[in-house]
Design a protein around this ligand. Sequence first.
Ligand SMILES: [Mn+2]
Length: 431
Amino acid sequence: MVSILHLSDIHMGSGFCHGRINPETGLNTRLEDFVASLSRCIDRAIAEPADLVLFGGDAFPDATPPPLVQQAFAGQFRRLADAGIPTVLLVGNHDQYAQGQGGASLSIYRTLGVPGVIVGDRLTTHRIDTANGTVQVVTLPWLTPSTLLTRPELEGLSMAAVNQRLVDRLRVALEGEVRQLDPDLPTVLLAHVMTDTATFGAERFLAVGKGFTVPLALLTRPCFDYIALGHVHRHQVLCDRPLTVYPGSIERVDFSEVDEEKGYMWVTVVQGQTEAQFCPLPVRPFQALSLDVTAAADPQAELLGAIAQAKIQDAVVRLNYRIYPGQLEQVDTAALFDALLPAHTYSINPQLVSPVSRPRLPELGEGHHLSPITALQAYLANRDDLAELAEDMLAAAQSLLTDQPDDSAAIDLTVPDSEPEPEPVHQLRLL
Ligand SMILES: [Mn+2]
């Protein structure tokens, strides 16, 4: 039995706009949050201890993180090296520089020869000796078209056709790896991929360009005792046999992950009977408040009420509300700031609704079907300045609506056989 801690999508250094500067450290609090979450994973790996740690890719928001962020990341993984726990760092799409043409941010660990650290930047099989025996780990990093196809092969192909070619090549390449596996050793596939059956989240928007989708069936081969995935930020189990899991990201990257539980997987790999458990991390809460106060007599009371009911303590809060420009003076923004003080950080985004879209007369609004005369009566009843004209206007409208044009003035809608006579001007009076 080999115990593995599987985590993914750290994205350390992202979401700084949701943090603030910690006056004691000078660091953005969101960097501190991400480091704290990662350190909880590493703590667990060392405390148990895990026989192996698998990182599923996407260490940073991009391949060139600031040195401060790189150091924070390296400082945590260094603890595993010190504890003698082998670690595989898989390259995700965010770790590649220039679509893989300029290397990957994680490759420095191989260059430096950090003991026990393996960088998975190509499809290959690693035999890793752990405290509880040898494990085979097949690494499948994020693939770009240039990884598997040459430029002439790509020319003139649609995205769908490129995807299909890549899948065909990957099938062959993976088959090559599978055939040389030792069937007597526990085997794990570690892959940074978008699978066709996953439920997507923020990673859709974070990925540059359109990703390449791998059919799950291509990966779930019986030779694997566990399939450790990365890329999708929402934790999900895609298959029971072999157990195929996205642990998800370890912190919320943005508001699209507001309701997602964050954590990592604790896996015990036994050939034929692997078990895995999702271990939640106590990450910082996000709270998205969304209100429409256009119908409110007291918009301020509605806003304060919504804030009072929400769990905002130490949370990253976003308050969005729809309001008419005419109501703005009823909102005391300073009082909203006070109400939001228990939050970690907050943003307030009033969305001004154009008053044009407001039905000025409710009886003329959507869902009311009135005759033209009734509608005119409703309009005139609300226009005191037109009171003197109202009677005449109604009479004029009535005559317009009931006046049947005589035959000579009728508009002929049939298609004429021959060139029509020029129409008299007075025929246009009804148009
Ligand atoms: Mn990714």
